[in-house]
Write a protein that binds this ligand. Sequence first.
Ligand code: TXA
Ligand code: MG
Length: 355
Amino acid sequence: NTKLVKIDELHMDEAAIAEAGRVLAEGGLVAFPTETVYGLGANGLCAEAAAKIYAAKGRPSDNPLILHITSMEELYPLVSEIPPEAAALAEAFWPGPMTMVFKKTDLVPHGTTGGLDTVAVRMPEHPVARAIIRAAGVPIAAPSANTSGRPSPTKAAHVLEDMDGRIDMIVDGGEVGIGLESTIIDVSEGTATILRPGYITKAMLEQVIGPVAVDKASLGGLSPDVRPKAPGMKYRHYAPKAELTVFRGPVETACRAIEKALAEAEAAGLRAGVICTEESRDRYYAPVKKCAGSRENPETVAHNLYDVLRAFDEEQVDCIYSESFDGYALSGAIMNRLLKAAGQRVVQCGEEKEV
Ligand code: TXA
Ligand code: MG
């Protein structure tokens, strides 16, 4: 049975935090909020505990986990080398929504790293996450707390949907802030390389360490034989049950193409859904409309995207049409997830856009 406890980050219940720490220290599984998405935690130095994560999520065993820490002192025993760029990025963005991939030491079991000799490490900022990691007293391996292939959880109800009965405890700290997973940057060799775009953008990283590379497979819209450097990025992910198509191009042109597609779906007797924005919601005539947020504030789109994708699973729709979100600082992160959810099904409207 899964125990559900609520924690108010402003008045943290010390007994509940201590219990979560104890469950983790004893090899159990605890889901908890971070500022990006909810994580499913286990003792990251114990291969048997990590194995439970793979079982609970139905996750392929070659997909490595991120270790979560609360201080730089906790990093040193895990990694064999901290390049100067990594130290500078840690200084600038930790604690926060950034994960770095390092060469690992023998302390980190291959059961945590999917067999790799590198290890991904993140220092989260969320006070509940930090308190739980500190209480556990070990680095906490934590993937997103969803069933493998489903959208990552941004609130405890999502975790419950996927993990009820499969894990020991869920700590409900309310909705997360950002709503998309951390930026992953590989600093283990050569030029620092972004493996997964996130809230910390390429421009923000480059302000600190100069030019960084981008793993092409993380951009989305590419052929499936480009092999991503983050093993988890190769799987179809975040996908709603109904087929999702993303309409790209100038916003007005794309919105018109969606209106046309909705009309065609109706004529064909199909029940269609649409992912729209505050700005466009009133223009569509569709059986199901979900608003991702406002174009005035793209952070709202990042925050709501997974909730919207999950919500479609409760609707009997045959297909879903989505607007796209190019041209913002957060576009890399948002479009990476949206295109993966769409299995790369894109309708290009109007002129081709550089990505
Ligand atoms: O925001 C986040 O990063 C959340 C919260 C809970 O911290 N965690 C998260 O974990 O998104 P997960 O397991 O869902 O995604 C981890 C990604 C996967 O794509 C995995 O392949 C990649 O990180 N990864 C982990 N270790 C790696 C390594 N050593 N080398 C390359 N990629 C790695
Ligand atoms: Mg995940």
